[in-house]
Write a protein that binds this ligand. Sequence first.
Ligand SMILES: [Zn+2]
Length: 341
Amino acid sequence: MKETIDRLRSEGSERIKAAATAADVEAVRVALLGRKGEVTLLLRALKDVAADDRPAMGSELNRLKVDLGDLLSVRDLELSGGSRGDAESFDLTLPGTSPSAVGTNHPLVSVLESICDIFYGMGFSRGDGPEVELDYYNFTALNFPDDHPARDIQDTFYIDKKVCLRTQTSPVQVRYMERIEPPIACVFPGRVYRNETADASHSAEFFQIEGLVVDENISMADLKNTVDTFVKNFFGADEPTRFRPHYFPFTEPSVEVDMQCMVCRGKGCGVCGQTGWLEIMGAGMVHPNVFKAAGYPEDKYTGFAFGMGIDRIAMLKYGVGDIRLLYENDLRFLNQFRGVL
Ligand SMILES: [Zn+2]
């Protein structure tokens, strides 16, 4: 059979080359690859070949079929005047037509993805949760007392007594921990909602990214190192960061994280309100009550969590002065990010 294949390969390509019209090409195609073509008959005869030789013969024969098919298509193209080498009918040096409008990612999406990429590089995975959330996950499981002001209808969009639009990405932490045993290193980006009056720095909807690391012996030092690595990679400079003590119900101790203002390098300017520092995220060590809500054994694990506003980070990096610009979909604004992000 091997000899027949070799013969068909050389004879077949000769016959294809010799074809002078489209009808000739078609005739050769039928003679070789048609239902009763030589290659087709050979494929059918494959079942009579010794079992040991069959796989090798089969693949040889298939390659022949594909190669002859390609040669036939090329010859067909040459005869129809569409040859890639036919300089008279097709001038390769002519400039092409560029599409007039090409879509691109919204700057917030690009920033979100590049933030996630940095955390992937540190071994984090990515999780997701619902935007319409139970009050339990948004508040109770995160150790918010019943009378906490954030639960107030003035801050939270409630759908009914037990269901609200999530005000933060933190509830995904609890949902995730309920399902997954440590070690955990995961980021949860997404849209959140607050009942705020829109102004230059507030919007009723915005984006956050939450990070969670849980294992045995995780400490504040791990948090600091993670934050520093992120700032260095995202802002592209070695700006120092600092922790300021703060309060969040779901972390203890809690901190707000500042990075040195990259505009004035700490000297004080309009962007940083003359302080030399810019607040970039809230963070802390996961509160034991949150581990309890997730069903983890007491005192076995420690972990840290952080949350930052993606809008704020994007505004800081690209010098955007008004958050509303990010939601108005004004192409004059959006087009400035084309090719930058
Ligand atoms: Zn500054």
